[in-house]
Write a protein that binds this ligand. Structure first.
Ligand code: ATP
Length: 839
């Protein structure tokens, strides 16, 4: 790991840093570029972890005048709080909302998105003493933070209040009657407010604005449910005579207008041109080097991102830099802080040991405030934290942020990176890649990080497993009239209603569809539809939580290591009949990985794109999966310690998939013989799954795959990637729509990895049911080359699928990009061609 040594004068390779190097003046914390140069000074000659350095220059603010309609009292309060003039994007979004247009403000972290909805909403509340606002947040912590901010700004008659699962019963009635700014969440809307709409009618008829904060959080199956909850809300409001304006806020996402329109079910205008100022930063992409250690099939392993993050944290603290290190789990937060303390101790700096801590979640406001205070005062210099500190903290003046691993979305990455920076001082951000294809890709493709975002927030409101239950909820709230169906998908909804009538869940009457079940429909908007499995602690009988039924076989089988809020347990018994798993606390030095066998059959093809010797498809598939064994693997290294058989029944999943078929000519062109074909397809499939989250906001654990040299349904070689949720979640369809970009990035990831025969950074998968066997890295590159050639040739012939609307080449898209969304994009230099990027 890096240690303190004289500053190296040459900048690291790949740098476009303009800040220069040099040691810090005594007593002063060096700024971003200097810090990085100093960190690199002690790196071993043969290791060069920094793959790229990006310089984010200071961005000056662009303000606009206060719109004439803003309530003077509100304006005065804002001015008194330091908002002397609104930024341009705030006025653009506020004006659209004021004019009655649904609008999404999609600008960077801390760009003042709140003001964009507070201006029109609070003005309206001041003008109309009866008007109300509904504010929806994805997490309770964010909701509570926003509540405090509105309470400070609003006139006392607004009485902002939180109405969520934590609201005491005795307060609920008061809130319903008196609050005019109700802070809640989609779950409460779905379970509490909409089913009891008569009780809420006086509020619902007065709703002027619905604010949906952090709207990129609503993705996949959950996002599809939320989309319907919002459609139900609009229908009920309409019934009481209200047509609220929706204002959405989001950090970086691709195409926010389309994503927001799909979520709300009505046209939404996007405001993306960020007028807020930003301090400068040096942003380094860092990939830990390969080590002598080996994992599955002797694959070389990289040094862990956590180990490098701990080293960086210690180095930065030693230089007096106030640093946050974001890690992926609570356990990791503790161990990174512990490793950093040990390093400082070993370097003879016991004075600094007490100034490093971890943030262990729990989200207690007092804990957060103490941490904010200690960091601001400089008592604490380094904190390793989970994403608990990503939202809703106000720590000014951090010198550096270290990200140990990609946090899953670019929005989160910028949210975390945005915690660094103080006015007039350049900060340092270091992204440390984990041993995983997506992290590896990002470490070597700076423009995927600093260019226009390509990851789309996908939802699929037409998923029958979402639409059916949601139509039941809607009908139970208020019978569904034919005129209502347009909001719920038109013909798709009609077809679904027929099935619900046939199943006896709804009744058709001349006036519409009526709920025919007993009580209320029981629909879990956060679950997969399978019965959740309860996790029970042996001895105490304490219910620790639940896991999704769909994931239970591979996560809580007998012998599995189960992590709950950072604490570890081992499963003693998995009872399928009672849907529960009994666990005991244990912290072994291993983790477990399930082994499974998968079978897939094609049910129907929805779209096909012939590409000469290759064909791309999307459609419905049946996947049969059986977990048959599990492995114990050593923590940190991934070394396989033992394998144990399991006796679990197979399970069926009907879902959506994207797949490629390759006829014998394509296989010949790829120069892959019979023996190498299965491994080549399998390796391409793994890398493709690892990369899809770059284009769709999902996790590789949301996806499944299957590849085979001859698939019985097609008679050809085939690679399938499917959504791991009943009915699909929109991820596979996004892959089909962005096929070329997806496969280009996949190919680049595999080809650029310096390992010889495949490793976790390229073609090995941590969740492979076959133990990553067989895999043929070189064959995968050749197969992907043939597919990409065929795609390019088809595009030249003009045979692009109209559905593949964004299926353009990565470079072309970026070159043509309009004013980009997100913190860095406006400053991205034209950049070198893909092949010129630093590897
Ligand atoms: N026009 C302005 N001039 C000066 N300061 C402003 C202006 N607008 C907002 N601010 C301040 O900027 C800070 C960030 O604002 P806010 O929390 O609304 O940003 P955000 O975009 O919602 O942040 P996040 O990305 O964390 O959700 C706040 O301290 C706010 O008071």
């Amino acid at each position: 790991m890096t240690t303190l040594h004289p500053v190296r004068s040459a900048p690291p390779p790949g740098t476009d840093d303009r800040s220069g190097g040099g040691a810090a003046p005594t007593g002063q914390v060096p700024h971003g570029g200097e810090l990085l140069t100093a960190l690199l000074a002690g790196t071993a000659e043969d290791e060069q972890p920094v793959t790229h350095v990006h310089h984010l220059p200071v961005r000056e603010s662009r303000t606009a005048g206060w719109p004439g309609w803003v309530e003077p009292g509100l304006r005065d309060r804002l001015v008194a709080r330091g908002v002397s003039a609104p930024w341009q994007h705030q006025v653009a979004a506020a004006q659209a909302a004021r004019d009655g247009r649904h609008v999404v403000v999609a600008t960077g972290t801390a760009s003042g998105k709140s003001l964009a909805y507070q201006l029109p909403a609070l003005t309206r509340l001041a003008e109309d003493p009866r008007a109300c606002v509904l504010y929806l947040a994805p997490t309770k912590a964010l909701a509570r933070d926003q509540l405090a901010s509105v309470a400070e700004l609003a006139d006392p008659s607004v009485r902002p209040a939180a109405y969520d699962g934590d609201t005491p019963a005795e307060e609920r009635d008061w809130i319903r009657r008196h609050s005019r700014w109700i802070v809640t969440n989609p779950d409460m809307l779905h379970r509490g407010i909409l089913p009891a709409h008569q009780r809420w009618s006086s509020t619902l008829r007065r709703v002027a604005y619905v604010v949906i904060d952090e709207c990129h959080a609503y993705r996949g199956v959950f996002g599809s449910h939320v989309g319907h909850v919002l459609r139900r809300l609009r229908r009920i409001c309409r019934r009481y005579g209200a047509e609220p304006v929706f204002v959405l806020a989001s950090a970086t996402v691709a195409d926010p207008a389309a994503a927001a329109t799909r979520l709300v079910g009505a046209e939404v205008l996007a405001v993306t041109d960020d007028g807020s100022p930003r301090p400068g930063a040096t942003f380094a992409l860092w990939e830990p080097p390969l080590t002598e250690r080996t994992g599955e099939h002797g694959a070389p392993l990289r040094r862990s991102a956590a180990a490098d993050a701990a080293g960086l944290l210690a180095d930065l603290v030693e230089r007096g830099a106030r640093t946050l290190a974001f890690v992926r789990s609570r356990r990791s937060a503790e161990s990174v802080a512990e490793q950093a303390r040990r390093l400082l101790h070993d370097r003879g700096r016991p004075d600094l040991v007490a100034r490093v801590d971890s943030y262990r979640g729990g989200y207690l406001p007092e804990e957060r405030r103490e941490l904010e205070r200690a960091l601001s005062a400089g008592d604490l210099l380094g904190v390793a934290t989970t994403n608990a500190l990503e939202l809703g903290i106000d720590i000014a003046g951090l010198d550096a942020v270290v990200l140990a691993g990609y946090p899953g979305t670019l929005a989160s990455l910028w949210q975390q990176a945005g915690r660094a920076g103080r006015a007039q001082r350049e900060s340092l951000v270091v992204f440390v890649a984990r041993d995983d294809p997506l992290d590896h890709y990002l470490a070597h493709h700076p423009r995927a990080v600093f260019g226009r975002p390509v990851e789309a927030t996908v939802t699929d409101p037409a998923n029958p497993y979402v639409l059916g239950p949601q139509l039941c909820c809607a009908a139970a709230e208020l019978p569904l009239a034919p005129a209502d169906l347009a909001d719920f998908g038109g013909p798709v909804a009609e077809a679904q209603l027929e099935e619900l009538v046939a199943a006896g869940q709804l009744r058709r009457r001349p006036t519409g569809w009526y709920w025919a079940g007993r009580g209320r429909p029981d629909v879990d908007i956060r679950g997969s539809g399978d019965e959740p499995v309860a996790i029970i602690e042996a001895g105490t009988g304490r219910l620790l939580g639940t896991v999704d039924g769909g994931a239970a076989h591979s996560t809580v089988h007998e012998g599995a290591l189960y992590v709950h809020r950072g604490d570890t347990f081992v499963v003693d018994e998995f009872d399928l009949d009672d849907a529960c798993a009994v666990v005991h606390p244990e912290s072994p030095d291993w983790t477990t990985v399930a082994r499974d066998v998968t079978d897939l059959s094609i049910v129907s093809i929805e779209r096909t794109r012939p590409l000469g010797t290759v064909t791309a498809h999307t459609g419905v598939v049946d996947v049969t999966n059986q977990v048959v064994a599990y492995q114990r693997r050593r923590l940190g290294t991934g070394e396989v310690l033992a394998e144990f058989p399991l006796d679990l029944p197979p399970r069926q999943l009907r879902t959506k998939a994207v797949w490629l078929t390759l006829d014998h000519r394509a296989v010949e062109r790829a120069d892959v013989d019979d023996a190498a074909l299965p491994g080549s397809l399998h390796a391409a499939e793994h890398a493709a799954i690892g990369i899809l989250p770059l284009l769709a906001t999902c996790d590789r654990w949301d996806l499944g795959g299957l590849s085979t040299a001859v698939h019985p349904d097609t008679g050809t070689a085939a690679v399938f990637v499917y959504d791991g949720h009943p009915g699909g979640a929109g991820f596979a369809e996004r892959g089909y729509a962005a096929l070329r970009r997806w496969l280009q990035a996949t190919r680049a990831t595999v080809a650029s990895c310096e390992c010889e025969a495949g490793c976790p950074s390229c073609v090995q998968s941590p969740k492979c049911g076959n133990g990553n066997d067989p895999l043929d890295k070189a064959g995968a590159v050749r197969v992907l080359d043939v597919v990409l050639d065929e795609l390019a040739a088809a595009d030249e012939r003009g045979a692009a699928d109209p559905a593949a609307d964004d299926d353009a080449d990565v470079e072309e898209v970026r070159a043509a990009a309009p004013a980009p969304v997100g913190p860095p994009a406006a400053d991205v230099p034209p950049g070198p061609a893909e092949e010129d990027l630093v590897f």
